[in-house]
Design a protein around this ligand. Structure first.
Ligand code: GLY
Length: 255
């Protein structure tokens, strides 16, 4: 089981109101987003993480979704290459912030694209979603770097959601929270699937941190199901980030 010690987050920028969205939930309220982000940082600290908060970056409306900019493990950090033009470049300041933790950084190169939201880890094995943001070349490059550092990798095409972790969350102990196209995916058949009903699909973007599961507020059945399995949970309101198709995992890099 992986225990995380650190997290990197980026404060929301005012320009987040112009972030990418398919949610049709309206524009985010910036002040509310700031408050939700501060509560999120406190929650990470309560899970035992040392949290570094990077300054807001007004050049990139979606830059609060820092998870997409890298894939981190004990042995290697891989700087991602976002798959949409308005986010390309976000990763540059992340590389600088990670240098004090990782002396050698690897990076996805063009024409590869890869976003960290498409990657989840199960022990020494990484699953890499091929999505609208992560292309097969990006997934291939990441798999090669991971293999070089002793990890295994499996590419997993997805069709219905933005990122792989929009639809699944690994809860350790071989349990995978899943909804939609991931409920009976052949590449995920080894896991005990903890199903999420369509009405609570947003809660698939929960996140396990050192034994506690952060769950978005407003999805009581999912929280109840997770608690019934013996996990401690923390419910957090991330409504303003949901308006930009983002969620709990997207808001941090944990390592
Ligand atoms: N709004 C988050 C994203 O589209 O990447």
């Amino acid at each position: 089981m992986i225990m995380f010690r650190n997290a990197l987050v980026r404060r929301p920028c005012r320009n987040m109101v112009n972030g990418l969205s398919s949610a049709a939930l309206g524009r985010p309220d910036y002040d509310k987003a700031l408050t939700q982000h501060e509560v999120y940082v406190q929650a990470l600290r309560s899970c035992g993480l040392n949290v570094t908060v990077l300054a807001a970056d007004e050049a990139y409306p979606d830059s609060v979704f820092i998870e997409d900019t890298a894939v981190l493990s004990e042995r290697v950090a891989v700087i991602a290459r976002p798959g949409v033009s308005s986010r390309l470049g976000e990763e540059k300041t992340i590389a600088a912030a990670l240098l004090s933790h990782y002396p050698n950084l690897e990076a996805i190169a063009a024409p590869g694209t890869l976003e960290g939201g498409d990657v989840f880890r199960v022990g020494e094995h990484f699953f890499i979603g091929i999505s609208g943001r992560t292309n097969p070349e990006g997934a291939r490059q990441l798999a090669m770097v991971l293999k070089k550092h002793g990890y295994a990798a499996t590419a997993l095409p997805l069709h219905d959601v933005l990122h792989l972790k929009t639809g699944v969350a690994y809860l350790e102990n071989n349990r995978l929270l899943a909804c939609g196209e991931f409920l009976d995916h052949p590449l995920l058949s080894r896991f005990q699937i903890v199903p999420i009903a369509a009405a609570e699909a947003y809660a698939a973007n929960s996140v396990w941190i050192n034994g506690c599961v952060l769950v978005p507020s407003g999805f009581p059945q999912t929280r109840k199901n997770i608690e019934a399995l013996g996990y401690e949970t923390l419910s957090l309101d991330v409504s303003e980030f949901r308006k930009l198709d983002g969620g709990l995992s997207c808001l941090s890099l944990r390592f």
